[in-house]
Design a protein around this ligand. Structure first.
Ligand code: DGL
Length: 265
């Protein structure tokens, strides 16, 4: 069981920001990654539809005898963790709780901002999780739907990107937040622009690194940390595999030598 892989899924390539952190934090773990590129974006779809996709994605990963599943997609994490935990008898880790916990730990003025997709913001999943850690923290949130296409296009430092970030962050900055949660897989790639706009005094919480810490803690507690020295990873996409590899390498920061089509969609 120890050396069984960890399954990770996302609506597309964005979840590879989580894989990147997993590689750093847990280098002995074998990863099976699934990007649901045929049905991306999730961020504008209804919770019911996303739940159905999430169960199908998890079913696919279970074929590889995964010992734990990470739902790297914030939109899927904010809508589908309950149904996944009901249906699958392995630990299911989402990205909301680790990000919320970190934000509560580091805010000094108890004012936290959250940015994410429409569905994530509408679900109030981050607010609910923050409330569980602290009743004193005030939360302001903003959907930033243009960020995903900007990142996929590789426009990470253009003037237009700076202007769009400024416009989206304005209402949050006026609430005097001192901590900002990047509640979407794609946003870590915009971290330097977001940081510039928000100012140095605003701490940025990137849920990708918080989730890798959480997975490490869970596996350690269960005595299931892998002992493999050279794990071999597997990458799947439900459509457009070549495009997945090309864009995905930007998210991962390394080469994806091989990716296959997952054809259950
Ligand atoms: N992966 C999604 C998320 O983290 C962003 C892309 C999408 O809308 O599917 O919310």
């Amino acid at each position: 069981m120890k050396n069984y892989p960890i399954g990770i899924f996302d609506s597309g390539v964005g979840g590879l920001t989580v894989v990147k952190q997993m590689f750093k934090r847990l280098p002995n773990e074998e990863i099976v990654y699934l990007g649901d590129t045929a049905r991306v974006p999730y961020g504008t779809k209804s919770p019911e539809t996303i739940k159905r996709f999430a169960v199908e994605n998890a079913n696919f990963l279970m074929k590889f005898k995964v010992k734990l599943i990470v739902v790297a997609c914030n939109t899927a994490s904010s809508t589908s963790l309950d149904i996944l935990r009901e249906k699958f008898n392995i630990p299911i880790v989402g990205v909301i709780k680790p990000g919320a916990e970190k934000a509560v730990q580091i805010t000094r003025n108890n004012k936290v901002g959250i940015i994410g997709t429409y569905t994530t913001v509408k679900s109030k999943a981050y607010e609910k999780e923050i409330r569980r850690f602290s009743r004193d923290v005030e939360v302001a949130s903003k959907a930033c739907p243009l960020f995903v296409p900007l990142v996929e296009e590789g426009w990470l430092k253009e003037d237009v990107t700076f202007d769009i970030v400024k416009k989206y962050l304005k209402p949050l900055m006026s609430k005097k937040i001192d901590t900002l949660i990047l509640g979407c897989t794609h946003y870590p790639l915009l971290k330097s622009v977001i940081s510039k706009v928000a100012g140095r005094e605003v701490k940025i919480v990137d849920s990708a690194s918080s989730v890798a810490d959480e997975v490490c803690n869970i596996l350690m507690a269960l005595g299931k940390l892998s002992e493999q020295k050279k794990p071999s990873h597997k990458f799947f996409a439900t459509d457009a595999v070549e495009h997945f590899v090309r864009i995905g390498e930007k998210f991962l920061g390394t080469k994806i030598h091989r990716a296959e089509r997952a054809d259950y969609v």
